[in-house]
Ligand binder design. Structure first.
Ligand SMILES: Cc1cc2nc3c(=O)[nH]c(=O)nc-3n(C[C@H](O)[C@H](O)[C@H](O)COP(=O)(O)OP(=O)(O)OC[C@H]3O[C@@H](n4cnc5c(N)ncnc54)[C@H](O)[C@@H]3O)c2cc1C
Ligand SMILES: *[C@@H]1O[C@H](CO)[C@@H](O)[C@H](O)[C@H]1NC(C)=O
Ligand SMILES: *[C@@H]1O[C@H](CO)[C@@H](O)[C@H](O)[C@H]1NC(C)=O
Ligand SMILES: *[C@@H]1O[C@H](CO)[C@@H](O)[C@H](O)[C@H]1NC(C)=O
Ligand SMILES: *[C@@H]1O[C@H](CO)[C@@H](O)[C@H](O)[C@H]1NC(C)=O
Ligand SMILES: *[C@@H]1O[C@H](CO)[C@@H](O)[C@H](O)[C@H]1NC(C)=O
Ligand SMILES: *[C@@H]1O[C@H](CO)[C@@H](O)[C@H](O)[C@H]1NC(C)=O
Ligand SMILES: *[C@@H]1O[C@H](CO)[C@@H](O)[C@H](O)[C@H]1NC(C)=O
Length: 546
């Protein structure tokens, strides 16, 4: 019996080695570009969408959707070309040619990936830029919309509001964030407590698969459709468009911002906030945002800013806060009533009264700042001593903030496996840690400080695994080299991003992209026959080691 198993093992090993050898394709840049240029595309020739370093607008094309200065480098010699697709066939051609000639694909919609995975790689790669594919069609009577991946949230929110002021999409507020990355990572926003997150409202999708075919929900099947709702679509295909459900909102909403510095008792108010924020009426989203600020004479402190979005009028909001968090000392004049679209500008810190057209402003040119983000989920209140320890580290930064985003409401009622996004019941709030700096020479110091802050928070946040939010991508929690995928490593970051949903994501990946063409440093790995056979991938070296 034992002998039989080892013979089987050797046979499988031989099979696997031969398969994996057959798959190793040395990148062939010349053939890749020829393949693109000579593929027929109906309508617009792909050459009108193709930029190489020789092109005079290569750098500006690269920079126009490149958000983090840490990773912005148009001179990266691994970057072969940018295909700014003008037609769906350009997307198909890029997938087919990149796969045939061993070129890695990096898909970019809004370019807001915190770790630059959509525009950076350390092996030869092509950027498939979706920004020209940005049309939006709203069907008011059906409360639905189709939105192409290259549109951003500012355009989407504007289009919906133009069609009907009482409809909205449950997603983030930052207008320049791209729909393609945002939705597929589980985008959340200030409707989260009442309506959940963006993936809860996706009803169909158009995707280019690893063979270059265009699939929709009916043709891709429910496993793949499940995976691209929160599992990060970049592991599975190129999203061309999502069909989304719109939710009803009132014509008038209320917002406020209230500050409490540490000297004004900010820590106590924040402590109390933890006890109530996830239990407030679902119509109310109350974010706490501790931020480094400087007083009049330049002294550094932390100001805890409380931002509220309420699906209702000011009087009612006043009454709720008076009852649940009177420590805020909210005044009527802090509250502003306005339309949904105008609340977007309020959240973006424009002065009240700024026309909503600012949401359509284009951000051009190279990014100005270096930054780093990390995330945590909190399931029980952090004691005051814990908060104070976090302040001590935070005060070592000059420009940093946290967002404490409340959960509860409908998030407690949506099953963990309803979509690939798993962080649902039992969370009080999610923390985003964010640091920014202007000079490359300060990068190491800041990355070190962010690690320190994350270590200080460890005793107070989720554990086994320490959960993380995919849209707040953080390569520190586990990652692979650009061109390789170890299943063992993938299980480390995968279990933090996807919890128990990782297994189904890996099975889906194996079925739809067995050759692992769609990959990045934190993609979902396929699991090959041997892994399943022995049911323990640690008993043999990972594929790449052979
Ligand atoms: C200023 C700012 C504010 C933010 N606010 C929020 C917020 O309120 N809520 C929230 O949830 N998140 C927020 N985020 C995070 C944001 O949702 C993620 O960074 C998201 O992935 C960005 O999507 P993108 O298309 O702009 O980024 P990209 O960098 O283009 O893409 C991000 C990832 O998705 C992949 N991808 C992009 N397009 C496609 C596609 N068409 N098909 C398949 N894969 C694709 C990329 O390859 C990459 O892996 C914010 C980020 C920033 C920088
Ligand atoms: C760029 O131009 C040079 C000469 O002008 C040419 O040799 C080279 O092949 C071009 N490269 C690409 C990627 O088109
Ligand atoms: C890229 O190279 C060009 C030309 O050598 C140079 O002017 C530019 O500063 C470089 N850009 C970056 C981001 O290094
Ligand atoms: C907006 O949609 C609502 C239903 O959600 C409908 O009652 C109302 O008439 C619509 N308004 C316009 C201007 O279409
Ligand atoms: C809150 O603090 C910020 C500075 O961090 C300041 O710009 C703003 O005016 C303050 N708001 C109020 C209401 O005090
Ligand atoms: C809060 O409610 C109490 C009792 O209803 C009332 O006396 C008080 O004035 C209210 N405070 C504010 C700030 O509205
Ligand atoms: C989620 O898990 C439950 C229990 O295992 C199962 O009945 C249900 O079908 C699953 N839902 C989805 C969408 O996979
Ligand atoms: C980094 O460079 C800036 C000038 O660009 C300088 O002011 C600063 O002191 C430098 N910081 C460090 C840590 O070297």
């Amino acid at each position: 019996m034992k002998e039989l198993v080892s013979i089987l093992f050797l046979l499988l090993l031989a099979l696997l080695v031969s398969i994996s050898n057959a798959k190793v394709t040395k990148p062939n840049v010349g053939n890749f570009l020829r393949c693109l240029r000579y593929r027929n595309s109906p309508g617009i020739p792909i050459t009108e969408a193709l930029y190489t370093h020789n092109n005079s607008i290569f750098a500006s094309s690269y920079f126009s959707y490149t958000n983090n200065k840490r990773y912005a480098n148009p001179n990266n010699t691994n970057l072969i070309a940018i295909v700014a697709a003008k037609h769906e066939s350009h997307v198909q051609a890029t997938v087919v040619c990149a796969k045939s000639y061993g070129v890695q694909l990096r898909i970019r919609s809004g370019g807001h990936d915190f770790e630059g995975l959509s525009y950076n790689s350390y092996v030869p790669f092509v950027i498939l830029d979706m920004h020209n594919l940005r049309s939006i069609t709203v069907d008011v009577s059906k409360k639905k919309a189709w939105v192409q991946a290259g549109a951003n949230l500012g355009e989407l929110n504007t289009k919906i509001a133009e069609a009907n002021k009482t409809l909205a999409f449950a997603a983030g507020v930052c207008p320049s964030v791209g729909v393609g990355g945002h939705i597929s990572g589980g985008g959340y926003g200030n409707l989260i407590r009442k309506h959940g997150i963006s993936v809860d409202h996706v009803v169909d999708a158009k995707l280019v698969d690893t063979n270059g075919n265009i699939l929709n929900r009916a043709t891709m099947g429910e496993d793949l459709f499940w995976a691209i709702r929160g599992g990060g679509s970049a592991s599975f295909g190129v999203i061309l468009a999502y069909k989304i459900n719109l939710v009803k909102i009132p014509e008038i909403l209320t917002v406020f911002k209230v500050n409490k510095t540490l000297e004004q008792g900010g820590t106590d108010v924040l402590y109390k906030w933890q006890l109530v924020a996830s239990k407030l009426p679902e119509e109310l989203f109350l974010r706490a945002m501790p931020q480094i600020t400087f007083g009049e004479s330049g002294e550094k402190t932390i100001t805890v800013k409380f931002y509220a979005q309420f699906l209702g009028r000011a009087e009612k909001l006043m009454a709720i806060i008076n009852k649940s968090l009177p420590e805020l000392e909210l005044k009527r004049e802090d509250c502003y009533e306005m339309s949904w679209l105008n609340t977007m500008t309020f959240w973006m810190n424009y002065p009240v009264g700024t026309p909503a057209s600012v949401l359509l402003n284009k951000v051009a040119g190279p990014p100005g700042l270096f930054y780093k983000c990390k995330s945590d989920y909190v399931k029980k209140p952090i004691p005051k001593e814990g908060i104070e320890k976090m302040w001590k580290t935070m005060l070592k930064f000059n420009n940093a903030f946290m967002e404490w985003n409340p959960y509860g409401g409908v998030m407690d009622r949506i099953p963990t496996n309803a979509t690939a996004f798993p962080h649902r019941k039992g969370n009080l709030f999610k923390i985003q840690y964010f640091a920014l700096w202007p000079d490359a020479n300060a990068t190491d110091t800041h990355l070190g400080l962010m690690k320190e802050l994350y270590d200080v928070a460890e005793p107070y946040v989720s554990s086994n695994p320490r959960e993380a939010f995919l849209n707040y991508r953080d390569l520190d929690i586990g990652s692979n080299p650009s061109g390789e995928t170890s299943v063992k490593e993938a299980k480390i970051y995968g279990s933090k991003y996807f919890l128990g949903n990782l297994k189904r994501l890996m099975e889906t990946k194996t079925k739809y992209d067995p050759d692992n063409f769609f990959k990045n440093e934190q993609s979902i790995p396929p699991v090959h026959v041997m892994y399943n056979f022995f049911n323990n991938e640690q008993s043999i070296p990972p594929l790449r080691a052979m």
